[in-house]
Design a protein around this ligand. Structure first.
Ligand code: NDP
Ligand code: HSE
Length: 434
């Protein structure tokens, strides 16, 4: 038994993740006390509908989260989600000097500056490992292990629902709608899957990753976002025919201007083709994986379960043990590091590569007309493949790196060429040397 007084915890939320946290706190209490150097005592659990939680001792339950935060607790673990009223409760906890552990990516991607300032004002801890990539230890490596290195790129699959959908489309050739239905049936996607399929969830995670990697405050509003709802079986087949696969990627990059050497941060989420030989291509089902490049460390890969009650609870409990230890020792974990304040690079100025599939007239001079449009926008072509069928040819063009604005303008003008029957598929290409 430890001589230290218990660390008292308020748990806000007892759903998929909170329920697992409550269960593990109970089951592992002796082990956790030994690791922390003091017992962790669950002071109360705030939920919306206490009558729906027969699994929780009634004396622990409340529907008044603010009162629980204001009670005699040392740490607030927030597993409700969304911005308000959670933001108000967590700011109030931090201003009272209570440490906060949260998995709430939407809130962090919106209000991390306010939360960090409130934590700094009282010396409280703010930990959020579970907010990105569930069980995968990723934020602590970025925040602590790589704090002495210069990170240049973080690229990953950070949304399990969309990875399940795209992997299934690739494996079966099925349509987006059919595969989404399957994802809902299996419980991967919510009945309203908007946050996942439209890329909001991944964009919030990209904002958190970019903030940590580049010591710069990045919010969800700074992240260029495109979802997967418009991906067709034709896009997937076009990728496959090229030895590529389609993944929804969160990409956070330190972009160095080739002219003046100035640095900026690009944070973006979109579906992209990657080579089937790329490490991220083999990440299937609802798994997450994140690839980090740093000057001294080189390439690092993080892989595992990015969602689900127990995996996410693992990351939450890791944070809880860390902040409880800090309480016992009278110390504090790392503060927000936002000293670099690099500017955000607009998507239009961001260097990317495109794959463009076209159905064109099969007659002399067509390829030259198409190539001319690329040249007019200063976009260099890397490869061209042509296949003929009757009087129509299919052209597959992959570009070298150009700004996104130039690439978009090229596609827009190609659509207008009379010799082009149809633009079949346009998608960015990542994970290959330009
Ligand atoms: P759930 O919807 O399963 O649970 C939410 C909980 O919050 C429920 O217990 C609900 O109460 C409670 N709640 C909602 N509104 C209030 C309120 N106004 N006052 C008090 N309690 C309230 O969510 P999850 O467990 O899935 O997610 C929790 C957090 O973890 C979110 O931020 C999410 O983004 C994040 N996360 C989730 C992952 C996952 O796989 N599920 C993975 C990584 C992060 P009641 O039970 O009475 O309805
Ligand atoms: N909806 C998210 C996903 C949960 O599918 O990855 C984890 O944040």
């Amino acid at each position: 038994m430890s001589a230290n007084k218990p660390v008292r915890v308020a748990l806000l939320g007892c759903g998929t993740v909170g329920g697992e946290v409550a269960r593990l706190l109970d089951e592992q209490s002796a082990e956790l006390a030994a690791r922390v150097g003091a017992p962790i005592e669950l002071a109360g659990i705030a939920v919306r509908r206490p009558d729906k939680h027969p699994e929780v001792p009634a004396d622990l339950l409340t529907d008044d989260a603010q009162a629980l935060v204001d009670s005699d607790v040392d740490v607030v673990v927030e597993l409700i989600g969304g911005i308000e009223p959670v933001r108000t409760w967590l700011l109030s906890a931090l201003r009272q000097g209570k440490s906060v552990v949260t998995a709430n990516k939407a809130l962090l991607a919106d209000s991390s500056a306010d939360l960090a300032e409130a934590a700094d004002a009282t010396g409280a801890d703010l930990y959020f490992e579970a907010a990105v990539a569930g069980a995968i230890p990723l934020l602590r490596p970025l925040r602590e292990s790589l704090a002495g290195d210069r990170i240049t790129r973080v690229m990953g699959i950070v949304n399990g629902t969309t990875n399940f959908i795209l992997s299934a489309m690739d494996a079966t050739g099925a349509s987006y709608a059919e595969t989404l239905e399957e994802a809902v049936r299996l419980g991967y996607a919510e009945a309203d899957p908007t946050a996942d399929v439209d890329g909001y969830d991944a964009a919030a995670k990209a904002a958190i990753l970019a903030s940590l990697a580049f010591h710069t405050r990045v919010t969800a509003a700074d992240v260029h976002r495109e979802g997967i709802a418009d991906i067709t079986a034709t896009d997937i087949a076009a990728a496959k025919a090229q030895g590529r696969t389609v993944k929804l990627l969160a990409i956070c990059e330190r972009v160095v201007d080739p002219v003046d050497g100035s640095e900026s941060v690009s944070a973006r989420v979109y579906p992209a083709m990657i080579p089937r030989t790329h490490q991220l291509a083999g990440v299937g089902d609802a798994f997450n994986a994140v690839y980090v490049e740093a000057d001294a460390a080189g390439e690092l890969m993080f892989f595992g379960q990015g969602a689900g009650g127990a995996p996410t609870a693992s990351a939450v409990l890791g944070d809880l043990v860390a902040v409880a230890r800090n309480r016992v020792l009278g110390s504090r974990g790392p503060r927000e590091s936002a000293h670099a304040q690099l500017p955000i690079r607009p998507m239009a100025d961001t260097p990317t590569r495109y794959h463009v599939s076209l159905a064109v007239q099969d007659k002399p001079g067509v390829l030259a007309q198409v190539a001319q449009v690329f040249a007019e926008h200063d976009v260099s072509i890397a490869t061209v493949q042509q296949r003929d069928a009757d009087d129509t040819a299919s052209l597959v063009i992959v570009t070298h790196t150009a700004t996104d604005a130039a690439l978009r303008a090229t596609v827009r003008d190609i659509e207008q060429l009379p010799v082009v029957h149809e633009v079949i598929s346009v998608m960015r290409v990542e994970g290959e040397d330009a």
